[in-house]
Ligand binder design. Structure first.
Ligand SMILES: *Cc1c(COP(=O)(O)O)cnc(C)c1O
Length: 350
């Protein structure tokens, strides 16, 4: 083999593999939890208004107008918000800030696979804490002694399940280090953990514009934490980590909570229908608090995934070591879910 120039821990790691993004538009895409509805109608005029001579200039490094808009939504101080180039950027900043070579990073499994990649980039060690039955986590399992950083996707992916704010508060008390509550799917959930930030200096809540706000193509996310936490993390981020256009889109989208409520209501109604249909087919489907459902226990998941793909429907085949494969299916529009079910029913019933 030719000589490698990479650091050994980079050579060893596999790298994160995102869900398929086919270049042709012929697929019904139910594999990466994008929102099937367009972004708020306020977004396009906000973008158009931001495209002018001022693009010569660097953007506001802290995204002040965006921080203020996000702070208004959550009823917190703007100094408690930090914007990122997608919530993945926020997760990267956090990992770089708290974990170095050999340090311990804890997260539940099965969950968001990026946490492992972020740990590997730092040459950190990971502790993967298995969920208990019914996707519960006990503080005794989860508070890993010595962990420099703990991640919790809530709602979780792939299960779609959520711990209550009271349960997360209990974890935050027991965990001796920063606890990242990754709320990429909170826009579809019954509750969220933003209220925990005021009393827990170690809690960092992260949010995304990719799912609830239909802006995956724009790349914007943010975190909510106490001011000293935000000030420390701001030192780690790239100087200009969010461009003017995504910040403008973010302000327009977050100020249109009415539109968010409308699209959310449609997705929740379709989620209920998809959950029931999948259960009627014999799948085990936990009650989802997100914009996808997790289906296990049917025919071999890899075969169903492949057969659906041949029929131009993409779902996500998820494989976790030691567990049966499953299908994570994004809640699309009603007509997309009708087409999915038309194809899935004969495949499962044979
Ligand atoms: C989609 C997702 C993200 C990433 O969101 P972006 O804002 O698009 O970077 C983070 N965490 C979880 C659990 C996700 O599913």
């Amino acid at each position: 083999m030719s000589r490698s120039y990479f650091l050994p821990h980079i050579d060893r790691m596999a790298g994160y593999v995102p869900g398929e993004q086919p270049r042709d538009g012929v697929y019904i895409k139910l594999n990466t939890n994008e929102n099937p509805y367009p972004p708020s109608p306020r977004v396009a005029p906000a973008l158009a208004g931001a495209i002018d001579d001022r693009l010569r200039l660097y953007p506001d490094p802290m995204g002040t107008a965006f921080r203020e808009a996000a702070a208004r939504k959550h009823g917190v101080d703007p100094g408690m918000i930090l914007a990122g180039n997608g919530s993945d950027d926020i997760l990267t900043i956090i990992t770089r800030a708290f974990a170095g070579p050999g340090d311990l990073i804890a997260y539940p499994t099965p969950s968001y696979i990026l946490y492992k990649t972020l740990a590997e980039l730092q040459d950190a060690r990971v502790v993967e804490v298995p969920f208990r039955d019914n996707w519960e986590l006990s503080a005794d399992d989860f508070a890993v002694p010595g962990a420099k950083l703990t991640f919790l996707a809530n709602p979780n992916s792939p299960s779609g399940t959520s711990l209550s704010p009271a349960q997360v508060g209990e974890l935050a008390r027991k965990i001796d280090g920063p606890l990242v509550v990754d709320e990429a799917y909170a826009d579809f959930a019954e509750s969220d953990c933003v209220g925990l930030v005021a009393e827990h200096p170690n809690v960092i809540v992260t949010r995304s514009f990719s799912k609830g706000y239909s802006l995956a193509g724009m790349r914007l996310g943010y975190l909510i934490a106490q001011r000293p936490m935000v000030e420390g993390l701001a030192k780690v981020k790239d100087s200009y980590n969010c461009d003017k256009l995504s910040l403008a889109a973010g302000v327009a989208a977050i100020e249109d909570q009415e539109y968010l409520a409308e699209t959310r209501a449609k997705i929740l109604a379709t989620r209920t229908r998809l959950t029931k249909a999948a259960r009627d087919l014999g799948y085990h489907v936990p009650e989802s608090q997100a914009n996808f459902v997790w289906c296990t226990g049917g025919p071999p998941a890899s075969e169903i995934y492949q057969a659906l793909k041949e029929r131009k429907i993409l779902v996500r085949l998820m494989r976790y070591p030691g567990l049966p494969d499953g299908l994570r299916i994004t809640v699309g529009t009603d007509s997309e879910i009708d087409k999915l079910l038309e194809n899935l029913v004969p495949l499962v019933k044979g």
